[in-house]
Design a protein around this ligand. Structure first.
Ligand code: AGP
Length: 629
């Protein structure tokens, strides 16, 4: 998630902005910038924009050489989602006349059509970002715009009021935004808007503060307004004025923050892992933003034409760890929907076994960090052999992104906990989109079917939220039942088997409790020898074509005294006859069950790890990205 800071008051703004941006560094970013008001001797005011790729420290050193005594400014740390990390793409972005500067968190879904329309009206864009449209929309609303002979739209008078112009611009934007704007014609004013992206505001001793995260203004005040969707704020050195979307004054509630700095960094959660698990509904939504335009799937970053896609006759998904498990899910989807063979391989194996690759082979490299050495090496090997390579990664401009022919970004924002959770969900959603596109191009799914599946895919965001809201107690009880075990077996069939593999990895990597995953049908071929009284068997037995078979396998375990924990579909009462603990997920199409059924296993692993006194964010022996073989 990007970071926003803003200040207007009696003190020098640049120092406050830099301090605030440094507090936001933990969230991850690739560039930073500030916009500062500068008053000339004649009383005129200009907006200086200073932006740097890299760390805030670099921006700070550049500011040290600028005689910036501005007392009003805004700042931003950018985690790239649209457009590579570069100075031109860093925030703040400005209007054509440079009088208005804005910083933005979120994603503008309709930025392409807005950019096209603004360009047609003469606006000049200087970046590849979605954000920049906001600067030009606010400029038009502020200054007014001439009649448009092309569309017949009449001239509109300007508001010549920054707050009103921001409200007007927001009516044209579809998507999520936390926004702060300044204007040379209104010195000392910061206009703020919020929809689906956090914004907090507060009064300090010498001025008014805005930030995207409490951590950035906690030194100035612990009494903050957490702006709600559709609310706006005008910050001045003297005070803060809140309005609704129509400009009517409102008095939002003030929240007292008693977190310490560490707690504030985690947004009030006890650890990053839980914070990131709880971000998963947003990740689903953000990863799907802009993917269905005009009723058609839109993955134009693929780098392959529909004709080239149609020629694909084999897919390899190569990855490591959790990303490999996302590949197991992709295999089921691609083969079921597109009816072409899909192999999933650990990158460390793929690169050494001389795989069969032809020009009609598509290699999909999945990597959260985008810098895993084994995955990168496998990409290079595949390209040498002539395969088309498509990357799915969470880091814009990462080596995996740069070395692939095309790339989808998972839009999970920075994942800090070593155990991958929200990035896994982003990967599964992205791979599902790829499977749908392949199926549509191959004529195996109609456009109507794809649209229906796309809608259901989006519904998983709310289903995850239901799990987070209702299953905490069941998960806690299940964790108590297995926390003292020496080993655990995860089982499932079909999609359940792939989910079981991810569940086993989560448990062992953060609680150090040994766990294995097996296709449930494999139990009788050996693993059932492990079962003795109290041995934990954790099963994914959601409604699916293989539900009955899975239940039969669990009965074999129950007969030997196993402690059975099941992830099941809401309303399933039958499963209680064999399970000691049941964790429910909402009814969902089997194809999408990995997106929801994995969440209980993430939470279970975390609960067990906490009970065993483990550090859930930084497990022993592990690194967030494995850049060595
Ligand atoms: C998963 O929780 C682990 N952190 C690890 O298995 C990880 O998925 C693997 O190292 C691959 O990392 P990548 O997705 O960044 O390539």
């Amino acid at each position: 998630m990007c970071g926003i800071v803003g200040y207007t008051g009696k003190d020098v703004a640049k120092d406050i902005l830099v301090t605030g941006l440094k507090r936001l560094e933990y969230r991850g970013y690739d560039s930073a910038g500030v916009a500062l008001e500068r008053a000339a001797a004649d009383g005129s005011v200009t907006i200086d924009v200073i932006r740097r790729v890299g760390k805030v420290a670099g921006l700070e050193s550049e500011l040290a050489h600028i005689d910036a005594n501005a007392t009003c400014g805004i700042g931003h740390t950018r985690w790239a989602t649209h457009g590579r990390p570069s100075v031109a793409n860093a925030h703040p972005h400005t209007s054509c006349d440079g009088k208005i500067a804005i910083v933005h968190n979120g994603i503008i879904e309709n930025f392409a059509e807005l950019r096209e329309a603004l360009t047609a009206r003469g606006h000049v864009f200087t970046s590849d970002t979605d954000t920049e449209v906001f600067a030009h929309l606010i400029e038009e609303a502020y200054e007014g715009r001439p009649a448009d002979p092309a569309t017949g739209a009449p001239a509109t008078p300007g508001t010549h009021d920054l707050m009103a112009a921001v409200r007007e611009a927001c009516t044209q934007v579809v998507g999520a935004y936390g926004l702060a704007a300044v204007c040379a014609d209104e010195p000392g004013v910061i206009a703020v808007a919020r929809k689906d992206s956090p914004i907090v505001i507060g009064r300090g001793e010498n001025g008014s503060y805005v930030a995207s995260d409490v951590i950035a203004l906690i030194d100035a005040t612990r009494d903050v307004v957490v702006l709600e969707d559709g609310q706006f704020a005008k910050l001045t050195p003297e005070g803060i004025f809140y309005t609704d979307a129509e400009g009517k004054a409102i008095e939002p509630a003030v929240t007292h923050i008693d977190w310490d700095i560490d707690m504030a960094e985690k947004g009030g959660y006890p650890d990053f892992m839980l914070k990131e698990i709880c971000e998963q509904p947003r990740v689903v939504r953000d990863t799907l933003v802009g993917r269905m335009t005009g009723g058609e799937l839109d993955i134009d970053e693929l780098g392959l034409t529909m004709e080239e896609l149609n020629l694909i006759d084999r897919v390899y998904v190569i990855a490591c760890g959790t990303s490999y498990h996302a590949g197991l899910i992709a295999k089921n989807l691609i083969e079921a929907w597109a009816r072409i063979p899909c192999e999933v391989e650990a990158a460390s194996e793929f690169r050494y076994r001389n795989p069969i690759i032809t020009p009609s082979t598509l290699v999909v490299a999945v990597s959260q960090s985008g810098e895993t050495a084994d995955t990168l090496a496998a990409i290079r090997d595949a390209r040498i052999k002539g395969a088309k390579v498509f990357g799915i990664t969470n880091v814009v401009g990462s080596p995996v992104a740069r070395e692939s022919d095309g790339v989808i970004y998972t839009k999970a924002n920075k994942e800090i906990a070593v155990a991958s959770t929200k990035s896994f969900i982003g990967q599964v959603v992205s791979l599902t989109l790829l499977a749908l596109l392949l199926a549509q191009v191959k004529g195996k799914l109609t456009t109507g079917q794809v649209r229906m599946l796309f809608r259901e895919l989006g519904d998983t965001a709310g289903q995850i939220q239901w799990i987070l809201d209702t299953q905490t107690d069941a998960i806690h009880e299940a964790a108590l039942a297995c926390k003292d075990a020496h080993s655990a077996l995860f089982v499932g069939r079909g999609m359940g088997a792939a989910i079981a593999h991810e569940g086993a990895l989560k448990l062992k990597e953060i609680s150090y409790l040994h766990a294995e995953a097996y296709a449930a049908g494999e139990m009788k071929h050996g693993p059932i020898a492990l079962i003795d009284p109290g041995f934990p068997v954790i099963a994914v037995a959601t409604r699916s074509p293989v539900y009955d078979k899975t239940v039969s396998n669990l009965k074999e375990c129950e007969a030997r005294g196993a402690k059975i924990i099941v992830v099941a579909t809401e309303g399933d009462e039958e499963i209680k006859q064999i399970a000691d603990h049941v964790i429910y997920i909402p009814e969902v199409r089997d194809a999408f069950s990995p997106i929801t059924a994995t969440v209980p296993l993430q939470l279970l692993a975390r609960e067990v790890a906490l009970m065993r006194g483990c550090d859930v964010d930084q497990p022993r022996n592990l690194a967030k990205s494995v850049t060595v073989e």
